[in-house]
Design a protein around this ligand. Structure first.
Ligand code: ITT
Length: 210
């Protein structure tokens, strides 16, 4: 029997879009929470690590939906900032506090703060990585986990922001060929990114358990 689609348990439409493309390539059908037609409570991300938060979200949504749910907890680690913004990447401008701003407003404020914090830091010390921890859970518990990373650096003022693709910190994140991840096509970003590599590992794990 054909397995039910995997539920991508996120409130971030960009993640659903990226994961639909990546899992689609691996022959795995996915749906978003919106496709289930219910109202779901977003679990509070109280973990200290990406892995803890991914598990909190996957378990929380699996309990509410009764379906196999995949959650992604991801963010940016900047070496010169001791790994910040890390788990508070989506609310960096407000020190991790949820203020009811739209995603677009948060992204703009987070990016402005990051550029301020790195003012005067030379290019060679602006190294950074995106990290993605994924967790799949069902009503009985965690079923699989996977991690992926994407290495780059935060561009300097005048060099960035650049590019209209992607989301979040993509316009500031420079990879080794000098482009930002917002200048990559969606397919190219997915082939190289933290989310892409974690998802490919998840696709292998799913093939073993379904
Ligand atoms: P859910 O918790 O509902 O999945 P979220 O956007 O709040 O959605 P996270 O808590 O995992 O997700 O925070 C991820 C943040 O890290 C995201 O808002 C961006 O600021 C940043 N981020 C993660 N992946 C990124 C990517 O591929 N490109 C740019 N920024 C990214």
């Amino acid at each position: 029997m054909k397995p039910k689609p995997l539920v991508i348990a996120t409130g971030n439409p960009h993640k659903v879009e990226e994961l639909r493309a990546i899992f689609g390539g691996a022959g795995i059908e996915v749906i978003g929470l919106g496709d289930l037609g219910g109202m779901f409570v977003e679990p509070a991300e109280t973990g200290r690590t990406f892995a803890e938060n991914a598990a909190i979200k996957a378990l929380g949504y699996a309990a509410q939906t009764g379906r196999l749910c995949l959650a992604d907890d991801s963010g940016l680690e900047v070496d010169a900032l001791g790994g910040a913004p890390g788990v508070i990447s989506s609310h960096y401008a407000t020190d991790g506090v949820e203020t009811g701003q739209s995603r677009a407003e948060r992204d703009a404020a987070n990016n402005a703060r990051l550029m301020r914090e790195l003012e005067g830091v030379p290019r060679e010390r602006r190294t950074a990585r995106f990290v993605c921890e994924m967790c799949i859970a069902d009503g009985a518990g965690v079923v699989a986990r996977a991690r992926g990373t994407f290495e780059g650096r935060i561009g300097e003022r005048g060099e960035v922001p650049r590019g209209g693709n992607g989301f979040g910190y993509d316009p500031l994140f420079v990879v080794e060929d000098g482009r930002t991840s917002a200048e990559m096509s969606p397919a190219e970003k997915n082939a190289r990114s933290h989310r892409g590599s974690a998802a490919m590992r998840m696709a292998e794990a799913l093939a073993r358990i379904r």
